[in-house]
Design a protein around this ligand. Structure first.
Ligand SMILES: CCCCCCCC/C=C\CCCCCCCC(=O)N[C@@H](CO)[C@H](O)/C=C/CCCCCCCCCCCCC
Ligand SMILES: O=c1ccn([C@@H]2O[C@H](COP(=O)(O)OP(=O)(O)O[C@H]3OC[C@@H](O)[C@H](O)[C@H]3O)[C@@H](O)[C@H]2O)c(=O)[nH]1
Length: 405
């Protein structure tokens, strides 16, 4: 063999091993997802449960917001407070928060209006969500605090489920991102994305103890975050969720998934908003964990299928077309099984709609990854940011403070 042939042969072997690893990741996600998401922890004596401060960062109103927030007033949980953090004093979300507080006078709930800058102090960093939450965080009276994004809808036993997972060695309990059943094809695309591509990696990373964060619903021990410099310390990062989880891991605590998924229930769904968000997250990942930049593209169904069709032809003389078709079919079936497990009930669409949605997602995702590489500027709610390697972020343009989605 010529030296060049050795190199090609070696590369093909590496790629083939990566392909097998991916198959194992898929199977592991299914097995772990089935176990994790169907496992209900039994509640101990109710009085033993710790109090929880729930921080709700709010910007703008959407048609589902009232219902989403109302769920927080009906938790089956003995001790908690709700801290609404509202960025803009002119935002009509204030009225929604106030009307809920009036409707449920027995629930301990407060409103904090304006980020730190509005109160004459300097913002703690560039991250607008942290700037918005900081006053609620400082006022939080319990040892555990939950950061819960505005679009999340919780069941009445979700807080209990999260708290039960917060055992001695655990420093952070998170919910795996998923979505509520909502009408419309784009919401189906979201469900398919979070229940297949995203869910697969999320489950396996969490099973292996790899930091794979999404800050939409996360329960923390306040003492750990205080030891790391307090929430303000994380204002310099845009991927504050990843950095917070890393701070917990660095201090020897574990990060755990709870058994309920984070049910995103935004009232607005559009293909552009969905794709822009995925592009923003891809940019966050690329800047924060550089290796994902190399691995993510080749861990897509179509890209991997094309590469492996040539690799297996070279190694085993298999027909590239037949290999590609079988590869896509197996991936599709495993994804359907995984989605059904994460959904934990009947899917709100037919198998045909799943097929169409899955194909669209698989074709569009590599394009979104390319778009993320093309333009490194990150746009979040009309503000623009640039992240340096390691995650430190600078804002490159400021928008008027009253921007919603
Ligand atoms: C043989 C090695 C295989 C490695 C394959 C790695 C391919 C990664 C592909 C997909 C990534 C899936 C995305 C996971 C969810 C991340 C959610 C997210 O983007 N969140 C951002 C916004 O909330 C947040 O700020 C993210 C920051 C960085 C996250 C870094 C995630 C690393 C994921 C690694 C998964 C490894 C799976 C392990 C397999 C052995
Ligand atoms: O300027 C802002 C933007 C957002 N937010 C709040 O931050 C939360 C998440 O906002 P969005 O829904 O726009 O964004 P995402 O769901 O994509 O956020 C996610 O990705 C980026 C991470 O840093 C976040 O922690 C995670 O929640 C909401 O509760 C929102 O009200 C602010 O408080 N201020």
């Amino acid at each position: 063999m010529e030296p060049a042939e050795y190199v090609i042969f070696g590369l093909c072997i590496v790629l083939f091993v990566g392909f097998i690893v991916n198959l194992l990741i898929h199977i592991l996600a299914i097995v772990y997802g089935k176990w994790k998401l169907s496992r209900k922890l039994s509640p101990p004596v109710v009085e033993d449960l710790p109090g929880i401060s729930i921080i709700k960062p709010l910007v703008g109103v959407d048609p589902n917001l009232f219902d989403n927030l109302e769920a927080y007033f009906n938790f089956k949980y003995p001790q908690y407070e709700i801290l609404f953090c509202i960025q803009d004093e002119l935002d009509s979300v204030i009225m929604i928060a106030q009307s809920l507080i009036l409707k449920y006078p027995k629930v301990d709930a407060k409103i904090f209006i304006g980020d730190t800058e509005l109160k004459g102090k300097k913002n703690v960093g560039v991250n607008p969500k942290i700037n918005n939450m900081i006053r609620g965080y400082e006022a939080a009276k319990y040892d555990l605090f939950l950061i819960s994004d505005s679009s999340i809808k919780m069941k009445e036993d979700t807080l209990m489920d999260m708290a039960l997972h917060m055992t001695e060695k655990i420093g952070l309990v998170q919910q795996m991102p998923f979505v509520c059943d909502r009408p419309g094809f784009v919401s189906h695309l979201e469900k398919i994305f979070f229940g297949t591509h995203h869910g697969k990696m999320y489950l396996v990373a969490n099973f292996l103890g790899i930091n794979c964060a999404s800050g939409m619903s996360t329960l923390f021990r306040k003492e750990i975050i205080e030891e790391a410099g307090g929430l303000a310390h994380f204002g310099k990062y845009l991927a504050e969720d990843y950095m917070l989880a890393q701070a917990v891991l660095d201090r020897g605590y574990k990060v755990l998934l709870c058994s309920q998924t984070a049910l995103q229930n935004s009232g607005y769904t559009s293909l552009t908003t969905f794709h822009d968000r995925l592009i923003r997250w891809t940019k966050l990942r690329n800047a924060t964990v550089v290796t994902t930049m190399f691995f993510e593209p080749i861990y897509q169904c179509i890209v991997q299928g094309l590469i492996m069709a040539f690799v297996t032809e070279y190694l085993f003389s298999w027909s590239p077309l037949v290999f590609f078709m079988v590869h896509v079919l197996i991936w599709f079936l495993l994804d359907y099984i995984l989605l059904s497990i994460i959904q934990q009930g009947p899917l709100p669409f037919s198998k045909f709609e799943f097929l169409v949605g899955w194909i669209l997602n698989e074709i569009s995702y590599p394009i979104l990854v390319c778009r993320a590489h093309w333009d490194p500027i990150i746009t979040w709610r009309s503000r623009k940011y640039k992240i340096r390697w390691g995650g430190i972020t600078t804002e490159v343009t400021s928008a008027p403070p009253s921007q919603s989605k």
